[in-house]
Design a protein around this ligand. Structure first.
Ligand code: HEC
Ligand code: HEC
Length: 414
């Protein structure tokens, strides 16, 4: 039996199954297109709300002020943390993450079993997933409530204030029209769902248009330097970066997300420039608080933050949860110098001792990850040479979206 016959036969079975269309299928088709229309409407309102400063108490700050599309939905400045609040003089204590490639972040769980290892339930990857650096929001709608109401961000007192602002800005009709589709009359809910729908537009938020994606698709080659960087990134004895920042497609063909969504303590130095850190007794402990409040009593979670995707990381001007680093090279060098040359990473105390892991109280320091590239003792040779760090940085630059668009455009121009 040849392949043509086989596919023909398969087609016949399918054709008989779907033809003639029954009235219920026709109805389903109609309601499906109705759903698409509603989702598109919701996303269009979300797009406007996302860019509208009138929703904030100051009247000048929108989601897009901190999450700028031209900077992969992260800030287009190099501040460690951004200004906000009713007077635009307040600052939080966390760097603004990119909003790209969040579509696969799993809901937060304390025990994550990788679906690819399903057969072996014994591999528990520990706390994983959830939105924000500490995973405390499970959906983008839930997350949107946080900046709208945070006193140091958009600064509204209560959901009704946000709704009132949206109504006076002329969104009333659009929001009310979407209520029935979302089965709610609560306009605040419609607002947060619209912001969520906007962030699910793949063309903007997960286009997979980087040079590395083109390389995986066999449409381009990496330079020898980029290729060397990729090898070092994946080599368990060298960068070992890919053990957390996954660089290969999943078994089901999902493009690599450059994160396994795991919660890890890497021991980033304390950012002493943050107002939040002026009090030496105050610490941002990630999973165990203070922003997140449900896991306070778990000492083993203190210092853990979610592994971010490294897609578009070269467009960032601020790195890690507290924005301590401002160059990608320094952020990469941190990994290999942290334990071999702590004097180049951490400050020195009054007694001349190096204040290693200075953003985590002593009793939690055993939570800090010690796997390669971390680990070797002070004085040992770092696992990556200066030249190898540069090669990894060159590779990370291939993760910036827009490469295949540029390719297409330059192919089109004679
Ligand atoms: C003043 C700056 C600022 C504004 C305005 C702002 N954000 Fe953020 N955003 C942040 C910071 C900082 C974080 C990290 C928060 C944390 O980890 O607790 C964040 C995190 C997020 C995340 C989670 C990202 C991830 O990696 O899990 C989403 C989604 C998000 N913001 C969407 C929005 C939306 C929608 C708005 C508007 C309603 C908005 N943000 C307004 C600063 C801002
Ligand atoms: C054990 C897991 C793990 C390994 C291995 C690892 N990372 Fe990370 N990476 C993380 C976590 C967790 C964070 C966020 C930590 C924080 O902010 O406190 C992070 C953050 C980063 C950031 C900052 C991104 C941003 O948006 O601010 C960069 C850059 C980075 N990693 C690059 C690398 C490179 C390069 C390697 C290999 C040399 C590597 N990582 C190895 C878990 C890991």
């Amino acid at each position: 039996m040849n392949r043509f016959f086989l596919s023909c036969q398969a087609c016949l079975v399918v054709c008989l199954l779907i033809w003639p269309p029954s009235s219920t299928q026709a109805e389903e088709g109609a309601s499906r297109s109705e759903v698409y229309k509603n989702v598109a409407r919701l996303a269009a309102v979300g797009d406007k709300l996302f860019h509208d400063p009138r929703l904030s108490a100051s009247g000048v700050l929108s989601c897009a002020s901190c999450h700028s599309e031209k900077a992969a939905f992260a800030p287009d400045n190099a501040l460690s943390v951004q200004y906000g609040g009713v007077d635009m003089a307040q600052r939080g204590h966390r760097a603004v993450p990119s909003l790209k490639y969040l579509q696969n972040v799993p809901q937060f769980t304390e025990h994550f079993f990788d679906s690819e290892d399903e057969a072996d339930e014994s591999i528990d990857n520990g706390p994983t997933g959830g939105l924000t650096w500490d995973g405390r929001a499970n959906t983008q709608a839930e997350q949107a409530v946080i900046p709208l109401l945070a006193f140091f961000e958009m600064g509204q007192q209560a959901p009704q204030d946000v709704v009132r602002r949206a109504l006076s800005a002329g969104y009333g009709e659009a929001l009310k029209a979407l209520g029935p589709y979302l089965q709610t009359t609560d306009l605040f809910q419609v607002i947060t769902k619209a912001l969520e729908a906007y962030q699910q537009d793949w063309r903007r938020f997960y286009p997979y248009s980087s040079k590395y994606d083109a390389y995986l698709a066999g449409k381009t080659v990496l330079t020898p330097r980029e290729h060397k960087g990729l090898e070092l990134f994946e080599d368990p004895e060298k960068g070992n970066c890919a053990s957390c920042h996954k660089s290969q497609p999943g078994n089901d063909g999902t493009p690599p997300q450059f994160t396994d969504y795991g919660m890890i303590a890497v021991g980033v130095p304390r950012n002493r420039a943050l107002p939040f850190n002026q009090n030496p007794k105050v610490f941002d402990l990630g999973l165990c608080g203070p922003d997140r409040t449900d896991l306070k009593q778990y000492a083993e979670y203190c210092g853990l933050f979610r592994t971010p995707s490294l897609r578009n990381v070269a467009t960032r001007q601020t790195f890690f949860h507290n924005g301590f680093y401002h160059s990608l090279r320094d952020a990469v060098a941190f990994y290999v110098l942290r334990d071999t040359h702590p004097e180049r990473i951490y400050p020195v105390g009054k007694d001349g001792r190096i204040l290693k892991y200075d953003d985590l109280p002593k009793q939690y320091q055993e939570n800090i990850n010690m796997d390669p590239p971390f680990g070797p003792q002070p004085g040992n040779r770092p696992v990556l040479s200066d030249d190898e760090i540069d090669a990894i940085v060159a590779f990370l630059k291939t993760l910036t979206d827009g490469y295949s668009d540029t390719q297409k455009r330059s192919d089109a121009t004679p």
